[in-house]
Design a protein around this ligand. Structure first.
Ligand code: ADP
Ligand code: MG
Ligand code: MG
Length: 248
C-alpha cells in the first residue's frame, strides 16, 4: 500500500506563481484524473513533482509513503517509486531504447537486471503494446511519432513497476487504435491494485477507456471541483468555461 500526498503545494515559474495551493492524495489501487483547460497548471504539477529545475516550490509538501520527495534528486524520486511520463520527452541521440530502459530498471532497482530476464520482459512488454521489435534499437525519442512516444511511456511503466505513476497528456496526439493500445496498457498496469495512477488530461476521451475513481478539475493553479467518474461526463457536456470564469 502506497500513498502520494500533495499538501498545499505552491509552485512558481520565473517568479510567477502558477500553482496556488494544490491538495491531493493518491493511494495504490486508485486512479485519479486531473482535468482542466490549457494553461491551468496541470503540467506544472507534473514537472514540480518530477523535480524539474525551472519549477520552484515556494511552499507545501509532496510525500510518497511519508518520504519528502521534494528533498530528493530526480533519480532518487524514481527509486522511491515515482514514475513521471512527460508531455514532451527529450531526444537522446546515441542511446538506444533498450539501453535506456535497462539503465532505468537498474537505477530504480539498485542493481542491473539479468540480461536474459530483461530481454524477456522487454519483449513481452513490447508485444503487449504492439511495438515492432526494431523499436528497441532506435535512438531514444529521436523521431518518435506521437503514438511511439506514448507506447514507450507505457512500456516504461510495465518494466519499472512504480508505486505511483503520473501520466501527463498520455492521450494527446493518439489515433483511436493507439489510444486503445495505450489505455489497455495502463489498465494492465493498474490491474495489480498495487499502484496508484494520476492521469492528467485535457480531454475526456481517454477516460472512456481508463475509468478513473476520482476526477479533479484544475483551474487557475488549483483544484476547483472534485467528484467521481460522472464529473468527467459533466465536463464533456459542459466544457471548462464555468471554471475559467470563476478562477480568473
Ligand atoms: P497546462 O498543462 O494545464 O496546459 P501548464 O502547467 O503547462 O498548464 O502552464 C500553466 C501556466 O504556467 C501557463 O500560464 C504557462 O505559460 C506557465 N508556464 C508553465 N511552464 C512554464 C515555463 N517553463 N516557463 C514559463 N511559463 C511557464
Ligand atoms: Mg498545456
Ligand atoms: Mg500540460
Amino acid at each position: 500500500m502506497s500513498v502520494l500526498e500533495i499538501r498545499d503545494l505552491h509552485v512558481a515559474v520565473d517568479s510567477k506563481e502558477i500553482l496556488r495551493g494544490v491538495n491531493l492524495t493518491v493511494k495504490s489501487g486508485q486512479t485519479h484524473a486531473i482535468m482542466g483547460p490549457n494553461g491551468s497548471g496541470k503540467s506544472t504539477l507534473a514537472y514540480a513533482i518530477a523535480g524539474h529545475p525551472k519549477y520552484t516550490i515556494t511552499s507545501g509538501q509532496v510525500l510518497l509513503d511519508g518520504v519528502d520527495l521534494l528533498e530528493l534528486k530526480v533519480d532518487e524520486r524514481a527509486r522511491a517509486g515515482l514514475f513521471l511520463a512527460m508531455q514532451y520527452p527529450v531526444e537522446v541521440p546515441g542511446v538506444s531504447v533498450s539501453n535506456f530502459l535497462r539503465s532505468a530498471v537498474t537505477s530504480v532497482r539498485g542493481e542491473a537486471p539479468k540480461l536474459r530476464e530483461f530481454a524477456k520482459d522487454l519483449k513481452n512488454g513490447m508485444d503487449a503494446l504492439s511495438i515492432d521489435s526494431a523499436f528497441a534499437q532506435r535512438n531514444l525519442n529521436e523521431g518518435f511519432s506521437g503514438g511511439e512516444k506514448k507506447r514507450h511511456e507505457i512500456l516504461q511503466l510495465e518494466l519499472l513497476k512504480p508505486k505511483i505513476a503520473v501520466l501527463d497528456e498520455t492521450d494527446s496526439g493518439l489515433d483511436v487504435d493507439a489510444l486503445r493500445v495505450v489505455s489497455e496498457g495502463i489498465n494492465r498496469f493498474r490491474a495489480s491494485g498495487e499502484t496508484g495512477v494520476l492521469l492528467i488530461t485535457h480531454y475526456t476521451r481517454i477516460l472512456r477507456y481508463v475509468k478513473p475513481d476520482f476526477v479533479h478539475v484544475f483551474a487557475g493553479g488549483r483544484i476547483v471541483e472534485e467528484g467521481g467518474p460522472e464529473l468527467a461526463e459533466k465536463l464533456e457536456a459542459e466544457g471548462y468555461e464555468q471554471y475559467t470564469k470563476a478562477s480568473a
